[in-house]
Design a protein around this ligand. Structure first.
Ligand code: DX5
Ligand code: ZN
Length: 217
């Protein structure tokens, strides 16, 4: 399991996105939180911004769609240049069809679970996905406290992935920091989203390196 770090630009300065993307040189992905003010009570950015960002950075984009009707909108994010597209299980009408469409268009397909959504009903869908995202806060805002009560779900998800012999990645998002990343790694996560812990630091690239070291320990 190789550790990957995906800094979330939600905590960056939106008026300087291109520079902020370059400030995390060495990160594996750039996590782009798309919010529609319906699925979550916050509004961020959409397809045109993702298109511009993908031209502005060589770091692949990890688009996390916190939107209603992802079946309708997710393919446009692949076309806009995303390397990975995550839709929410709670919002997708046809997750298998959607995951296949994302893959067919050339991106990695990923599904996210809000804290109250269990993994077990989705066990048989895992082979259709390249990554599963276990939210460790209620989606909508950066800077929230990590929910320790999600650790058992991370552990159970890793067990299911192993039991099925799958190569898929397990991402955690929300409150991931120097204080919590080791617990996440120990529970079986291998892709770590960090917003405030990276962009709140004086040196975001150094924060990425420090998080990676901690997760690898
Ligand atoms: C929250 C977003 C996260 C957010 C994480 O709904 O999905 O990606 O940016 O921010 P931190 O790391 O500050 O919790
Ligand atoms: Zn996110």
């Amino acid at each position: 399991m190789a550790v990957q770090i995906s800094p979330s630009i939600l905590s960056a300065d939106f008026s300087r996105l291109a520079e902020e993307a370059k400030a995390v040189q060495g990160a594996d992905w750039l996590h782009v939180d798309v919010m529609d003010n319906h699925f979550v009570p916050n509004l961020t950015l959409g397809v045109p911004v993702v298109e511009s960002l993908s031209r502005a950075t060589d770091t692949p984009l990890d688009c996390h769609l916190m939107i209603e009707q992802p079946d309708r909108w997710a393919p446009a994010y692949v076309e806009a240049g995303a390397g990975s597209v995550t839709f929410h299980a709670e919002a997708a009408a046809a997750p298998v069809r959607l995951a296949r469409e994302i893959r067919a268009k050339g991106a990695r397909a990923s599904m996210a679970l809000k804290p109250a959504t269990p993994i077990e009903p989705y066990e048989d869908l895992l082979p259709e996905l390249d990554m599963l995202l276990v939210m460790t806060v209620e989606p909508g805002f950066g800077g929230q406290a990590f929910l320790d009560i999600m650790l058992p779900k991370i552990r159970r998800t890793r067990e299911l992935i192993s039991r099925h012999g799958l190569e898929m990645w397990l991402q955690v998002d929300g409150g991931v920091s120097a204080d919590t990343i080791e617990r996440c790694a120990e529970a079986g996560a291998d892709v770590f989203v960090a917003g405030s812990a990276v962009y709140g630091a004086d040196d975001p690239a150094a924060a990425v390196r420090a998080l990676r070291r901690q997760a690898e320990e």
